[in-house]
Design a protein around this ligand. Sequence first.
Ligand code: SF4
Length: 213
Amino acid sequence: MPRRPPKDAAELIPERPSLASVRAAAKDCQACDLWARGTQTVFGEGRRRAELMFVGEQPGDSEDLEGRPFVGPAGKLLDRVLEEVGIDRDAVYVTNVVKHFKWEPRGKRRIHKKPNASEIAACRPWLDAEIELVKPRAIVCLGATAAQALLGRQFRLTAHRGDFIPSSLAPLLTATVHPSSILRAPDDETRRRERAAFAADLQRVAEALRGRR
Ligand code: SF4
């Protein structure tokens, strides 16, 4: 009988990890039940030693099918805003706190479902390994789920959005909204305002990185 992968993601991480070997190991992860729901593990992507890392909640529908993070509509919005604020998209690392797409059916569509605390905890070794290997100078949490995973359940995005929070994870760590929330804005005016606020948050990150060079 084939051996079942360990239930703890940390046990799958190679002894001398590299981004490539950790990514390969994550393909077989069954540390929470989401492996059976998503098409595949969607591991982070980007340069080793990228100075800036974005951490979102989980892959979406497009990401699940393509097997790559931030390739759907929210990722494309992120790309455009990065370009506007002068951050080289090819120089950043993008990932999520949970590496499988959690969804529920609605008609023919797969609707995003928020991961729970135990799924986030089960997936954490992969994110920790990415942070350890990339060693970014700045981490930007995209959305409340990512922010609370990295900064604690008590963190309130509404109160501390855009603040730089002291953390052992990176010299600079901040949180802003997830670009998908901008796409879900109820009207054009709100969307325009939210997009401008998001760009301002990323502009501050770009300036902080330049200031630390
Ligand atoms: S969501 Fe994370 S912990 Fe759960 S099976 Fe996928 S990779 Fe493993």
